[in-house]
Design a binder for this molecule. Structure first.
Ligand SMILES: *Cc1c(COP(=O)(O)O)cnc(C)c1O
Length: 359
């Protein structure tokens, strides 16, 4: 099974943009902090925060396939969308530069949230053209009400200038983008085999769902030992899961595989969303501090801190056998830390305030 999947994968063209394979390493001090081997499973960190593309993250894997598609279609500009601190937008802008294409972004943010910091600073540095739209009225949502119209308008404006825009949908979550995480799951499987590890579960943050879709399909195709546990950072279920199924099955078709997933193949923890997308919770702030102090690993406030909070909650509840191994996929996002500095300063009491003073 594994060799035929790898073969099918290799027949689909992709430009190398990410630094791969990303490391897989054991978080021993984190395990000790969570009660040691008597109470806490062995935790392996899959470091997809180290993929490169102007500070790394999961979108790099998807963009290898999406940007290839753009180039093959003769695109002259990449277009995508997201929140003001979108990692996907920043990585799309970086990917564009790597292949010689400019990027035009539609970002949703209230006028008071447009401080040039974090990902927005990097978007500007990468020379992306930016159109702002109002943020979603519902904090559980990823996209704002004006986004589709703004995108259509932007595309029309670009075409009128003689450009050929290529639209990368929200989060790069399309069947083609999903292939990035099918490949990621295959990469992980090789590393687990080499390490002699048979994890029981894999934890990953879920937003637009392409990452989870690719990991679940990849795990199925590779005959992996683990179940994927997605941790939602925004609302939208059951529609979001239905979407994950649709794009995963689209990816299976692209691979010529007759594997088909159903909603039952997706397990999504909804308990860590808190007040909404991009809004911290006590548990997410604790997770950021915990990983920094035990492993020197930086989580991001929007995605990976909530996913880690989900893992920590399951460990504390005794929901995972301490003799088991779990994988945590670190999907990146650290650039957003700088846009949340004030919140982190208050939560940790350790990070300096605006004047740089540290307690
Ligand atoms: C986009 C993103 C995710 C979620 O991935 P989806 O494929 O959108 O579900 C997780 N972590 C980080 C840091 C991201 O930028």
């Amino acid at each position: 099974m594994m060799t035929s999947v790898i073969g099918a994968m290799e027949r689909i063209p992709r430009v190398p943009l990410a630094t791969l394979p990303t490391p897989l390493h054991e978080a021993r001090r984190l395990r000790d902090a969570l009660g040691g081997p008597d109470r806490c499973p062995r935790i392996l960190l899959k470091r997809d925060d180290l993929t490169g593309l102007a500070l790394g993250g999961n979108k790099a894997r998807k963009l290898e396939f999406l940007v290839t598609d753009a180039l093959r279609g003769g695109a002259t500009v990449l277009v995508t969308t997201g929140g003001v601190q979108s990692n996907h937008a920043r990585m799309t802008a970086a990917a564009g530069r790597m292949v010689g294409l400019p990027t035009s972004l539609v970002l949703s943010a209230a006028p008071g949230e447009r401080e040039v910091q974090g990902n927005l600073l990097l978007d500007r540095l990468l020379g992306a053209e930016i159109t702002f739209v109002e943020p979603p009225r519902d904090p559980m949502k990823l996209t704002g009400p004006d986004e589709a119209a703004a995108l259509a308008e932007l595309e029309a404006r670009l075409r009128a200038r003689g450009e050929r825009p290529y639209l990368v949908p929200l989060g790069g979550s399309t069947p083609l983008g999903v292939l990035g995480y099918v490949a990621g799951a295959l990469e992980l499987e090789g590393q687990l085999e080499a390490a002699g590890a048979r994890p029981e579960r894999l934890y990953v943050a879920c937003g637009s769902r392409g990452t989870a879709a690719g990991l679940v399909l990849g795990a199925r195709l590779a005959g992996a030992s683990y179940a994927v546990r997605g941790v939602a950072v925004s609302g939208g279920d059951p529609a979001s899961t239905a979407f994950a199924v649709e794009i995963a099955n689209g990816a299976a078709e692209l691979l010529g595989s007759d594997a088909r997933l159903t909603p039952d193949d997706f397990e999504t923890d909804q308990s860590q969303i808190g007040p909404g997308y991009g809004r911290s919770t006590p548990a997410s702030l604790e997770a950021i501090e915990l990983l920094a102090l035990t492993e020197g690993v930086l989580l991001d406030p929007v995605y990976t801190a909530k996913a880690m909070a989900g893992l920590v909650a399951d460990i504390r509840a005794g929901a995972i056998d301490p003799a088991a191994t779990v994988v945590f996929v670190h999907t990146g996002g650290q650039a957003a830390l700088f846009a949340h500095a004030a919140e982190l300063a208050v939560a940790t009491g350790r990070v300096g305030g605006r004047d740089g003073s540290a307690r």
